[in-house]
Design a protein around this ligand. Structure first.
Ligand code: DC
Length: 209
């Protein structure tokens, strides 16, 4: 069983999902979008009318929910693939992701999910290089200018992306930060192929040394 991990962190719109998916496809590894898990918990809380500020209620929900992210994002058997990207969820997810009970449950699941894979896994999120897999084979921090990141997020808009950045960088529990030994890539003006190529080359350098 291989537990090789490429961990990728970075702010909203930095290209994490697209790049992580492409790296996984190219290596024949699995891919885990951990943001989708926090979004799925948020959808379920809203669906059940739970106050997202009630940390214990949302914590209970996170611990008991069944969550899958492939082929589509589902929570407790309900397909939320489209709903997780809606504006109300973009706003509410920052509160849910700051809940330490939710984080504890998601981190445990993410480690289990990666360990179940027979090949390697590319995992992307905000705390993957620092908390979830600090010993990953390769750690990458992707970034890009706020303008470019907002453009990539389309309808979400610059204010919403900036507000989420602020919440992700300043929250008490596992704030987004660069791991000291991460490969830092600014994707502003760079093509996906170029960034994916650099990550795969870096992995080859690590595994052949
Ligand atoms: O990557 P995304 O935009 O889908 O993430 C949604 C939110 O979830 C984001 O505001 C930060 C949070 N998140 C997190 O706190 N930790 C992760 N590992 C992944 C996402």
């Amino acid at each position: 069983m291989s537990h090789e991990i490429i961990a990728i962190d970075g702010p909203a719109g930095s290209g994490k999902s697209t790049v992580a998916r492409a790296v996984a496809d190219s290596l024949g590894w699995s891919f885990l979008d951990t943001g989708a898990m926090y979004r799925a918990v948020t959808c379920e809380a809203v669906f059940r009318g739970i106050d997202i500020n009630d940390q214990n209620a949302v914590g209970d929900l996170a611990r008991s929910a069944t969550i899958s992210t492939t082929p589509r994002v589902c929570v407790n058997g309900r397909d939320v693939e489209e709903e997780i990207r809606s504006e109300p969820i973009n706003v509410a997810v920052s509160v849910v992701a700051a809940n330490s009970q939710v984080r504890e449950s998601m981190v445990a699941r993410q480690r289990e999910m990666a360990n179940e894979q027979t090949r390697g896994t590319v995992v992307e999120g905000r705390d993957i290089t620092t908390v979830v897999f600090p010993n990953a084979t390769l750690k990458v921090y992707l970034t890009a200018s706020l303008e470019e990141r907002s453009r990539r997020r389309g309808e979400e808009g610059v204010e919403s992306v900036a507000r989420r950045d602020q919440a992700d960088f300043t929250r008490e529990t596992s704030p987004l930060r660069q791991a000291d030994d991460a490969l830092v890539l600014d994707t502003t003006g760079r093509s996906i192929e170029d960034v994916v190529g650099e990550i795969i080359q870096c992995l080859k350098n690590i595994t052949s040394s």
